[in-house]
Design a binder for this molecule. Structure first.
Ligand code: DC
Length: 205
């Protein structure tokens, strides 16, 4: 069975948590595509050329320290606006999406560019304030200099860049379902997503 669940949306909307849980529920493979851009950005911060860094990604790059920092997130958003960087990463993502056994991918352009034929497309969002509060709760124990205002500013800057770029901008795919998680906790969001996926006839083939 080939079955792709594409999950797009802005930063810290809960896409990753939802995508991982959905993959586990249905026994599908899961890919956090933001990690590809973060791992590339990390190598660029080490001095590599962005396109060369994207082409040379290896599994070791995905387990490095610091991939989740705001600095690497901003770097990822910047190199993600470069068409040649995106081109270097597209083939791997498309093969992952159409593998046998089902796949869940989360990112910004999964339903629009990577896998327009995805059986299910979700656009997961939440208000800026809710997203910032969630991210702040996640990082404030580790990062003592973080403030809610700085986290909010960081998310807004990144979203604007990701939305305004010319290549593969973050937009809701026309045939995607909007899931606003502002008033939902992770298990409520998962229940809604499972209900959407479970009735798709493609699951039975
Ligand atoms: O999902 P994330 O916040 O870890 O992603 C980091 C950055 O990578 C994000 O700001 C934009 C970029 N990205 C992208 O352009 N396309 C994707 N499919 C995933 C991430």
């Amino acid at each position: 069975m080939i079955f792709t669940i594409a999950i797009d949306g802005p930063a810290a909307a809960g896409k990753g948590t939802l995508a991982k849980a959905l993959a586990q529920h249905f026994g599908f493979a899961y890919l956090d595509t933001g990690l590809l851009y973060r791992a590339t950005a990390r190598k660029v911060l080490d001095g590599l050329d962005p396109v060369a860094a994207a082409k040379a990604l290896s599994t070791h790059d995905f387990t490095r320290d610091g991939l989740r920092t705001a600095k690497v997130g901003q770097g990822a958003s910047k190199i993600a606006a470069m068409p040649k960087v995106r081109a270097a990463l597209i083939d791997f993502q498309q093969k992952f999406a159409r593998q046998q056994g089902g796949a869940v991918l989360d990112g910004r352009d999964i339903g629009t560019v990577i896998c327009p034929q995805a059986e299910i497309k979700l656009f997961v969002t939440a208000s800026d304030e809710v997203r910032a509060a969630r991210r702040f709760a996640e990082i404030s124990q580790k990062n003592e200099t973080a403030t809610l205002a700085l986290v909010l500013e960081d998310l807004r800057q990144r979203d604007q860049r990701d939305r305004d770029r010319a290549t593969a901008p973050m937009i809701q795919a026309q045939n995607s379902i909007l899931l606003d998680t502002s008033d939902l906790d992770a298990s409520q969001a998962l229940a809604k997503a499972i209900a959407i996926v479970a009735v798709h006839p493609g699951l039975l083939t």
